[in-house]
Design a protein around this ligand. Structure first.
Ligand code: ADP
Ligand code: MG
Length: 269
């Protein structure tokens, strides 16, 4: 039952793809917000030095004194790094550019791959009663992403509906396999979600067909369409679900949360 949801242990899902601009941060924010709408309590861990998830949820740079960096280095407790975001029941551990040096600074640390695992399993974690922890990974397969994979129950992979979308996947799968062999044998693939889909574009349809042919049930039925409201929301420090709750983007992220929750109910049953 290591992947079932118990009352003490939140389900930890890393949102990863080493390509930049594929919709990782957008998915972390909006899937998080959609899970909250369903009554869940969610923690978003910003593991990208760019800190886009932090910004998108209204945590300005001057509010980022204690961040994922301090959490990884054990320089701050969970209580110190967790902040409430602009959305109730969606908390966040923010990130700053400091995190970009962690890769090098940690190289001689024996536990370097397990730092996030340890941080998220502190006894204080259970005080928060989170149902989900979503980790927004950087666009790289570096030590930070490995930390996310070691700490997580599963990986959710956003796949941008454009040419070459599937190209980087084999490298990502190799890294997942390595992490399974060395540190986290139960690591699952939560699913692959097609993002920025344009139904008028043949290329989007082709990517979908290829993904479903090659990856089968791993691909979520829900597709996230390209929707300008989704890209506007972060500059208002809001998920699109709050910025424009009836937009196509908001509806799609609600459907994705539904699909994820149904999967987990089946696993837990
Ligand atoms: P990543 O975290 O993988 O680098 P982002 O989530 O930051 O990717 O998305 C990259 C860019 O694409 C951002 O400007 C974001 O606002 C935009 N974007 C993401 N998803 C959508 C969508 N469904 N429709 C329109 N724009 C999107
Ligand atoms: Mg990002």
């Amino acid at each position: 039952m290591s992947n079932g949801i118990s009352s003490q242990t939140p389900r930890i899902v890393a949102i990863a793809n080493q390509k930049g601009g594929v919709g990782k941060t957008t998915t972390a924010i909006n899937l998080g917000a959609a899970l909250v709408e369903q009554g869940k309590r969610v923690l978003l861990v910003d593991l990208d030095p760019q800190g886009n998830a932090s910004t998108g949820l209204g945590i300005e740079p001057d509010m980022r004194e204690n961040t994922t960096y301090e959490l990884l280095l054990d320089d701050a407790s969970l209580q110190d790094v967790i902040q409430e975001s602009s959305v109730r029941n969606l908390d966040i551990v923010p990130a700053t550019v400091d995190l970009s040096s962690a890769d090098i600074e940690l190289i001689s640390n024996e536990k370097r791959s397990h730092l996030l695992f340890d941080a998220l399993r502190q006894p204080a974690m259970s005080d928060y009663n989170y149902d989900y922890v979503l980790i927004d990974c950087p666009p790289s397969l570096n030590l930070l992403t490995v930390n996310a994979m070691v700490a997580s129950h599963s990986i959710l992979v956003p796949l941008q509906s454009e040419f070459f979308a599937l190209e980087g996947l084999s490298q990502l799968m190799l890294t997942i396999r390595e992490v399974r062999q060395t540190a986290n044998p139960d690591l699952r693939i939560e699913g692959i979600v097609l993002t920025m889909y344009d139904s008028r574009n043949n290329l989007s349809q082709q990517v979908e067909e290829d993904a479903r042919d090659n990856l089968g049930d791993l691909v979520f039925k829900t597709i996230i369409p390209r929707n300008v409201r989704v890209s506007e929301a972060p500059s208002f420090s809001m998920p699109v679900l709050e910025f424009d709750g009836t937009s196509k983007g908001a509806m799609a992220y609600r459907a994705l949360a539904d699909e994820l929750l149904k999967k987990h109910e089946r696993v837990a049953a």
